[in-house]
Write a protein that binds this ligand. Sequence first.
Ligand code: BG6
Length: 468
Amino acid sequence: MRKFPENFLWGGAVAANQCEGAYKEDGKGLSVQDVLPGGLRGERTKQPTEDNLKLEGIDFYHRYQEDIRLFAEMGFKVFRTSIAWSRIFPKGDEDMPNEMGLKYYDDLFDECLKYGIEPLVTISHYETPLWLAEKYDGWRSRKLIGFFERYVRTIFTRYGNKVKYWLTFNEINSLLHAPFMSGGIMTPADQLTEQDLYQAVHHELVASALAVKIGHELMPDAKIGCMILGITVYPLTPDPEDMIAVMEKDRETMLFADIHARGRYPKYLLNYFEEHGIQIQMEPEDHEILKHTVDFISFSYYSSICETVHKELGTSTGGNLSRGFKNPYLKASDWGWQIDPRGLRYTLNKLYDRYQLPLFIVENGLGAADELVTLESGEKTVLDDYRIQYLREHLIQLREAIHDGVEVMGYTSWGCIDLVSASTAEMKKRYGYIYVDRNDDGTGTLERYRKKSFWWYKEVIESNGACL
Ligand code: BG6
């Protein structure tokens, strides 16, 4: 019989900037998200503006106790969230941290532990302090490695006895696609060369490895992973040229996992740099630092794309950052993200075959427009069978992959409670098991309601996946 392992870490995931709100409370500084009211592809504003839903988020900052109680009711074993860097170092380059920010996460992690929920903490989730963007052009500057080092030393020292699972940079490969949101790079994207982008990537990779090194020194029992935006690519046609195109497209993602898992730049990337006249400035110590490899690989998985050299045959598809061609065999969500549960099994096998490291799915889910209805009993809920179906199909494929022999530590579905979306900055695009009464125009009571999927996921966890 196909089974999930004992101690499988079931749970859900959020990011500070998408749910906390309280954007200037208790000494918090601004982050890049506070000036991105339109999300990934929207315009950035000079100052925070009222139309930016993230400024209030779902008010998780004040309501986390109620929310964690609901997660506990579903039986969560793990809860993934991020620390907002600008709560700890409001500008990012100070010598001393902000005690009120540190205290907040102490309380948050204690609240999780009270219910036996392990915190899984992303150190940097698309929320670089704005000051670091404005003064240093974000991760283009090597100085950020030093600021990041101070930040991780601070949080590892403070929370090392509470947090065992850590992720360094959320979807680190996104830096190539969304330089401001992902890397705090102020220079407009169309003025950045590949040289600029890969130099910034190098800084993040060194910072990530440094975090692993420091984390292992300060917290010998901790497990520290990288986090990759899992873009699964298929050839649109059986033309061998398409297969080569897939291999090349895939490398844009895999290079990040390769460096994190193997501790050095792969030959194909060094060749690419040489052929494209890219010269990365590396300090002598960088090679030693990069050798501090991760304990596990985590990734987000929402959809897959096709690649082809026969551009005239393809139609482009949507997705967060994963733009490619439509797969005629797949349906898509209302936001154009292709739904591909089998691709999850394939991706898990591919990553495990390549690295033989434990894997963790830290994001997966369906963004949909939900309708709140009132049942005869008077209870308000959402009948989100479409979400249940999406999640069930993915979990079945995850179980298949485990049966194939892949070592998977856990699964945290994205946006376990409704939050503000990253790419489009909407409330309307909901992922949660818990409905939050907030609308795109900012109205709503912020009340929480259990959706039908809440009860479904509770049963999944209770039965350790046997009811799927
Ligand atoms: C991932 C991000 O890319 O996708 C999350 O790590 C994000 O921050 C998630 O929310 C879903 O994307 P969206 O745009 O639907 O919120």
